[in-house]
Design a protein around this ligand. Structure first.
Ligand code: ISL
Length: 521
């Protein structure tokens, strides 16, 4: 039983791509169940499961056509209940994705809504005679989609098959409360709330998001008695110093925490191949840490999720120093402070995948980008960018071993070289290093309850400090180059992703030092 949310170590499961138990090429609940011992061994204590609901699959499950039904390829309600019970039996909490901003256009509400202007479901969505602004869809094109049936436009911030709900309508808010309650009654421990800051609209604003009633809606939903003890994390791209407390201050009864993305927005868009500096990434993470600790809420720390390129390819070195950079980036996430969120496969050091042909891609955003850019630039250069940034990178079926199996998405291109079985039997195992990091985090409450402080952040390395009472740990992380490093006086090395400690730091070297306590010098 966890005493505080700070003790949580999350692991995100993208069900379609985690583990396929019946060989149909799609991951499923029974596959997840079979891997609970694996997750136990890793040491995590909370999972976030991405959407598994009934969906046409235009946006890989984020286009839900029935919030209470399970995609039959993924499992049944009995499987789900068994899975949750088994997670709980193993001391692992379960949170689900709550996609509140939009539904699939296949959802019965939308099917009714589009029929006529006086349909009782018309106001479940946002219809206009003419677009009131020039908001753009995240996946390309105008966010206002014309529908011939009634000759009006509906708002769709994502794919045209994902219509934005009208939260102004009290019936929509009641329906969404009922969805939350339905899954809480099934025993889940909370929710990751998809693009939550988009649910209230201000049509006069240049972009969709953070409308005037946002906080009222969140509070109305989550301040209810049955939500008192649940864990909630809002995906809030708009989260910043100025509004963090509105979302997360305890007495506001809105959210436990948010995902803020400052550290992942340092490049010029997802298809920009210029790597942001690790110094800048660490600086952003550290600033956010302070913002959240000032308001007394736990921050989240993450480098990967189902929308992000693999961190070892994006920030590290996915060839020569794959082990070193994967373990160092893992150490940053797990020891920095706040609640770590790992994404499936990160603990193996999975890299981006490489595919030559656009036909091998599935992601709606990638296909939208390709449609816009195709023909404008050299095709090879375009495919390079797509391979670097595509949201398909984290979505390939986890390679549990080297054997090629049927898969709903193109298989991971480096499966022979990088797979779970191989990593776990390797002398330098990324998984084993993650296990040590997690064990350390669990053993020493410095890393959960303790103070966090930057010691030194240079172009070459980062040193931060975690301390509680008499105990102090220093964590040193080198950014890819061999470099000089600060001398750690009176401290012993307790974790190191290199076999030894030299005068300086080696590329991506990651060392945890414990300061010797009095009487122990
Ligand atoms: O990362 C993004 C900006 O380029 C977008 O890919 C992403 O759409 C944004 O992070 C919002 O993400 C969430 O909502 C989307 C869904 O496609 C993502 O998978 C989800 O995480 C719409 O539901």
């Amino acid at each position: 039983m966890l005493k505080t949310d700070k003790e949580r170590i999350f692991y995100q499961i993208y069900p379609k791509s985690f583990c396929d138990s019946n060989g149909d090429g799609v991951g499923d609940f029974r596959g997840i169940i079979s891997k609970i011992p694996y997750l136990k061994e890793l040491g995590i204590n909370s999972v976030w499961i991405s959407p598994f609901f009934e969906s046409p699959g235009v946006d890989s499950g984020y286009d839900i056509s029935d919030y209470r039904a399970i995609d039959p390829k993924i499992g049944t309600m009995e499987d789900f209940e068994e899975m949750v019970a088994l997670f709980h039996k193993n001391g692992i909490d379960v949170i689900l994705d709550f996609v509140a901003n939009h539904t699939s256009t296949e959802h019965v509400w939308f099917q009714q809504s589009k029929k006529s202007k006086d349909n009782p479901f018309r106001d479940y969505y946002i219809w206009r005679k003419t677009p009131p602004n020039d908001w753009q869809s995240t996946f390309g094109g105008s966010a206002w989609e014309f529908d011939e049936t009634t000759g009006e436009y509906y708002l769709r911030t994502f794919a045209k098959e994902q219509a934005d709900l009208n939260w102004e309508n009290p019936n929509v808010r009641k329906e969404m409360q009922a969805v939350v309650d339905f899954w809480l009654e099934k025993g889940v421990n909370g929710f990751r709330c998809d693009v939550l800051d988009l649910i209230s609209k201000d049509f006069s604003s240049p972009e969709n998001g953070s409308g005037p009633k946002l906080h009222e809606y969140i509070r109305e939903l989550f301040s209810r008695e049955n939500c008192k003890n649940i864990f909630t994390v809002g995906e809030c791209w708009s989260a910043k110093k100025e509004n963090a407390e509105l979302f997360c201050k305890k007495d506001r009864k809105e959210l436990t925490t948010v995902f803020a993305f400052h550290h992942l927005c340092l490049d010029n868009g997802r298809f920009c191949m210029e790597k942001p500096s690790l110094k800048a990434v660490c600086e952003k993470l550290s600033k956010w840490q302070k913002v959240m600790s000032d308001i007394g809420a736990p921050a989240t720390v993450f480098l990967e999720n189902h929308d992000q390129a693999r961190s070892v390819s994006r920030f590290g070195d996915d060839t020569k120093y794959r082990f070193e950079s994967a373990t160092a980036l893992g150490g940053l996430v797990l020891l920095h402070g706040g609640i770590p969120f790992l994404y499936q496969g990160q603990e193996i050091g999975f890299t981006n995948s490489y595919h030559q042909n656009i036909a091998e891609f599935d992601d709606a955003e990638t296909l939208g980008y390709y449609a816009i850019e195709h023909g404008k630039t050299d095709e090879r250069a375009l495919m390079e960018k797509i391979n670097f940034g595509s949201r398909d990178n984290p979505r390939h079926l986890i390679s549990w071993d080297a054997e090629r199996k049927k898969s709903w998405i193109a298989p991971y291109s480096r499966q022979g070289e990088i797979n779970v079985a191989k990593d776990r039997s390797a002398p330098k195992s990324v998984f084993a290093f993650y296990q040590s990091l997690i064990a350390l985090r669990k053993r020493e409450n410095c890393f959960t309850e303790g103070e966090f402080e930057d010691v030194e952040l240079t172009d070459d390395y980062y040193v931060f400090k975690r301390s509680l009472g008499e105990k102090t740990f220093f964590v040193a992380f080198a950014f890819g180059q061999k470099c000089a490093a600060p001398k750690m006086e009176n401290a012993e090395v307790i974790l190191n992703n290199y076999p030894s400690v030299g005068d300086g730091l080696m590329p991506y070297q990651f060392i945890v030092y414990q300061k010797k306590e009095k009487g122990n010098r």
